[in-house]
Design a protein around this ligand. Structure first.
Ligand SMILES: [Zn+2]
Ligand SMILES: [Zn+2]
Ligand SMILES: [Zn+2]
Length: 284
């Protein structure tokens, strides 16, 4: 990768609760390496700017990881903005670290949908971040220019929208397009054809929360996500070249595809798909 050109870096691949998940005493979490909630950095060395998609509870560790990946970008300013997908725990609560108890930068732009903006401006402790001048809410339209070389398209996504709506992002640089879609209820309930969307990008990071039904002891219908087996069927069976663009993120701690030696991981790899790795980069 040419590090003088814009790129994205994966800073987290786990579901909202990360790994270890609070209270999990099973083999999936005991003595396993830590994984952070899903997060993508957007880095523009030309504009000398760095952004995060989503502010996770692990934002401190994730900014430190970003410093290892892109130490020379934004050397004078840690963070030039945050883009939010939605108001679930793993995706926005890290904003508290932007306040006076921690980072306390002046006016970090937080790019959100209209409904997400209304939620943040109407509730503590989020509105205090704005009142104290540490966060500046920037409501996005469908497509917006993040830097002179990077544009972003926000696409509404069906998801459990208790506090806000939900979007995914297509990030477009001078040479490549990347999709970041960590959370969706199902491919069927969407007015966008996932196969067409994958065909329109170079790399597609998509919701891989669960591998298949029966993964949790509780009722899984209350937490809908497309199963990896379903995404494999829809995309790989149709077009092997499209499968090679798919990288799963937002994996629940119980997802057997997290285990590199598992047959479930082999199923993903066999069709040309991948489970994303923390620290991996894609040039834009
Ligand atoms: Zn999530
Ligand atoms: Zn676990
Ligand atoms: Zn969610």
């Amino acid at each position: 990768m040419d590090s003088s050109q814009p790129f994205v870096a994966v800073l987290g691949i786990a579901q909202d609760g990360g790994r270890p998940q609070a209270g999990c005493r099973r083999a999936c979490c005991v003595d396993q390496p830590r994984l952070s909630p899903a997060c993508l950095a957007i880095v523009d060395p030309i504009a000398d700017q760095r952004f995060l998609i989503d502010a996770t509870p692990d934002i401190g560790a994730q900014l430190a990881m970003l410093d290892r990946i892109a130490p020379r970008v934004g050397a004078g300013r840690v963070l030039d903005g945050v883009l939010l997908t939605h108001a679930h725990m793993g995706h926005y609560t890290g904003l508290v670290h932007l306040g006076r108890e921690a980072l306390a930068l002046p006016g970090v732009p937080v790019h959100t949908s209209e409904r997400m903006a209304t939620f943040l401006l109407g509730n503590s402790p989020w509105k205090e971040l704005v009142d104290h001048g540490h966060v500046e809410i920037v409501q996005f339209d469908t497509t917006f220019q993040l830097t002179p070389s990077i544009s972003v398209r926000a696409i509404p996504v069906p998801h459990r929208d208790e506090l806000s709506d939900t979007v995914c992002f297509v990030i477009e640089g001078p040479n490549h397009r990347v999709l970041w879609l960590p959370d969706i209820d199902s491919w069927d309930g969407w007015d966008v054809d996932i196969v067409e969307l994958i065909a329109s990008v170079d790399v597609a990071y998509v919701d891989g929360t669960f591998f298949d039904d029966g993964e949790l002891e509780r009722d899984m219908s209350a937490i809908p996500h497309p199963r990896i087996v379903d995404t494999v069927r829809r995309v790989a069976d149709l077009d092997a070249s499209l499968a090679a663009r798919v990288r799963f993120v937002h994996l629940n701690h119980t997802n057997p595809a997290l285990v590199r030696s598992s047959s479930e991981r082999a199923t993903v790899v066999e069709v040309g798909m991948r489970v994303a790795d923390e620290g991996e980069t894609v040039s834009l």
